[in-house]
Design a protein. Structure first.
Length: 165
């Protein structure tokens, strides 16, 4: 990440909504970015029914580093495009048993990464799971939204579309 990009992200984190009056109003689906993972744009379902955010991941491989457990993984950031692959690496902050909407339970890696929504950014926890068969590569759950986002379920893409890089 360039120094200019880092400065822009630091400013976005500083400007992240904190009070109810400052909360962002988003639609039920939005274009987001996960800059620390090298994901400049990803379409996400804003899911108030999900407690934890989830990111599509495959080829997960955990390993030990001097700073603790980390995980390497790949993602297809665009639904239906299996050609584009982004390889990611992140510190593992936890492993949790998570139930999906169908009631299936799965042990998942949990990472913390910076979420960028519009001109705002803040750290969020995210579980990693294969979402190949799902319509959205990412779910934005309640804990990532708490105190920062309000959802207008009748709207989509209120934050605008992120240009392809």
């Amino acid at each position: 990440m360039t120094e200019g990009a880092v400065n822009k992200l630091e400013e976005a984190v500083k400007n992240a909504p904190q009070s109810k009056q400052e909360q962002l109003v988003v639609g039920w689906r939005e274009w987001l970015a996960l800059p620390e993972l090298g994901i400049s744009r990803i379409k996400a379902k804003v899911d108030t029914g999900a407690r934890t955010s989830a990111l599509h991941a495959f080829e997960l491989e955990s390993y030990e580093s001097p700073t603790g457990t980390r995980v390497r993984f790949a993602i297809h950031p665009v639904q239906g495009d299996s050609e584009k692959v982004i390889e990611c690496d992140a510190a593992v902050i936890d492993q949790r048993m998570v139930s999906d909407s169908g009631g299936h339970r799965e042990m998942r890696f949990v990472i913390s990464t910076l979420l960028q929504v519009g001109g705002h950014a803040w750290p969020v926890e995210m579980t990693l799971t294969n979402r190949d068969s799902m319509r959205f590569r990412m779910l934005l759950g309640r804990t990532a939204m708490a105190g920062r986002i309000q959802v207008n379920p009748a709207a989509s893409y209120l934050m605008g579309k992120i240009k392809r890089s």
